[in-house]
Design a protein. Structure first.
Length: 304
């Protein structure tokens, strides 16, 4: 069988769907030769490649989100639902306080809690300890350049890839100030392509902006414009993949880890539904069409 690589995209809590994807691939004896991850995709990807199996991924992720360090983050404040006027007021008040705090500090979360969380996950493990080759990305906000991690300590690399601007503290590496790789490349398909594998799978956790909505303020218009820009960039990135799995998780909030089992289930569901198509990527006919440049790329990109 030809070698294949997989790109695990960012998306916060939605990234739990990656666990379901990797579980079903493994159940079908499809083990990637190379993994690249961004943000939450970097967390799941690094955990998977360090173990060399998806067997304990769910258990380890559950332990992480129920840890004391994770609870200290207080992520619930970011996804308070608009169920009633009081909940909406709490959310709006929190957002104003949060934005005001950023004038005086680098991030909402403290560096110490972030370090402890990732140390508990990866300890002193290095890229050389991985059972499956893995890379992840971050962005240097001083130069604007994408930074690729392929050696050194795993916890440093994953911390940098997950440093959501304004939420998690940036990772300072000598002269570089590194933040979440999703700023420039939220689905690291290009990194998988560089590895020289024959087939590239991508797992995309986003989708097109929901139609409608209110755009009565400059802030709302600005946010809507950014979401459209991000989606159009994502589409261009995904066009390089041979197949894109798009779990139906786009409507879940990035900070809401409470639907733990449901997010994993949706990753399993989309992979099971497309497993025959994925297996067909390794056929002689697909290789022949790809050689002629007539294979259809990213044909599974459907939104639900």
């Amino acid at each position: 069988m030809e070698k294949f690589g997989i790109a695990l995209g960012g998306g916060g809590a939605r990234g739990l769907a990656h666990i379901g994807v990797l579980e079903v691939l493994e159940e079908n004896k499809l083990i990637p030769s190379f993994v690249a991850g961004t943000s939450m995709g970097a967390v799941i990807g690094a955990m998977y490649c360090l173990a060399g199996s998806a067997g304990d991924l769910k258990k380890k992720a559950e332990k992480m989100i129920h840890s004391e360090e994770f609870e200290k983050f207080g992520l619930r404040k970011f996804y308070t639902k608009f169920g009633n006027v009081f909940e909406r007021f709490k959310r709006e008040l929190f957002e104003k306080i949060y934005l005001g705090e950023l004038f005086f500090k680098r991030s909402y979360f403290r560096d110490e809690a972030t370090k402890k969380l990732f140390f508990d996950l990866f300890g002193y493990a290095e890229f050389s300890d991985l059972k499956i080759p893995f890379v992840c990305n971050a962005v240097d906000i001083k130069s604007g350049e994408e930074v690729i991690f392929s050696e050194g300590r795993l916890l440093d690399a994953v911390r940098a890839s997950c440093a959501i601007p304004g939420i998690f503290p940036p990772y300072v590496n000598k002269t570089r100030i590194l933040v979440d790789g999703g700023v420039v490349n939220n689905i690291p398909v290009e990194l998988v392509k560089r590895s020289g594998v024959d087939v590239i799978l991508a797992v995309y956790l986003g989708g097109p902006p929901e139609p409608g909505g209110e755009f009565n303020t400059g802030f709302q218009i600005n946010q809507r414009s950014l979401s459209i820009m991000k989606y159009q960039l994502d589409k261009r990135i995904l066009a390089q993949a041979d197949f894109v799995l798009n779990p139906a998780v786009a409507n879940f909030h990035w900070a809401d880890f409470s639907p733990f089992d449901e997010l994993i289930r949706r990753g399993r569901e989309v992979t099971r539904n497309h497993i025959k198509e994925i297996k067909s990527l390794f056929s002689f006919w697909h290789r022949f069409k790809k050689h002629l440049g007539i294979s259809r790329r990213a044909k599974s990109l459907h939104y639900k």
